[in-house]
Write a protein that binds this ligand. Sequence first.
Ligand SMILES: O=C(O)CCC(=O)C(=O)O
Ligand SMILES: [Fe+2]
Length: 207
Amino acid sequence: MWPDGHPRFCNTIHTMATQIEELNKLIWLMLIDSYGLGDKWESVMINYKTLVRFMKYMAPPPGEYERGLFAHTDKPVSTIICDDQVSGLEIEVNDGQWIKLSLSPSSFCFVVGDPLKAWSNGRLKAVNHRVMMSGDKDRLSLAAFAIPVEGTIIKAPKELIDKQHPQLYKDFDFMDFFLFAFSDPAKHIDSGEQLQAFASLSPPISH
Ligand SMILES: O=C(O)CCC(=O)C(=O)O
Ligand SMILES: [Fe+2]
């Protein structure tokens, strides 16, 4: 699974990934339950695999405030991020201001991705975020992305669609959206607008 010679590292990461996966499932179940769908969680839950990525952002030159990762909304369903105490992750709030998150040592950050926004029929917001580096320390972070299994259709449960909450997005195959988001034409669309461009129903449909 990992290049030879690092069995301890490999085991640690595997244990961590498994536990983050459990945490992610728990958060999804809480979300499903909060919409009153707890007793039918199996039919509305998205089947997924976890992809873990490690990131290292180098400290900028002294006194500089430098971009580590461009502003975007996540394309996986959701992401769990943890870091090694060197902050840098920023989220954009409603008035366009950026807020730096300082995660305490044992905290994890749950990020709603575009497909989860579509699943919730727009109730959950996919926050725009970026990494900005300052200070003299490198930032190490780990992101665990929830990627639906092949053929997964992202659709809002019918209970989340009614006259007051008309259906905002068409049902779509996750992989079609994912490929669209990284395609040439979509590169010119703001990351936060890609879901709208790909799946918006205009006018919205009430059932
Ligand atoms: O490294 C971080 O803190 C953020 C990573 C991130 O947003 C991403 O990979 O999508
Ligand atoms: Fe992200």
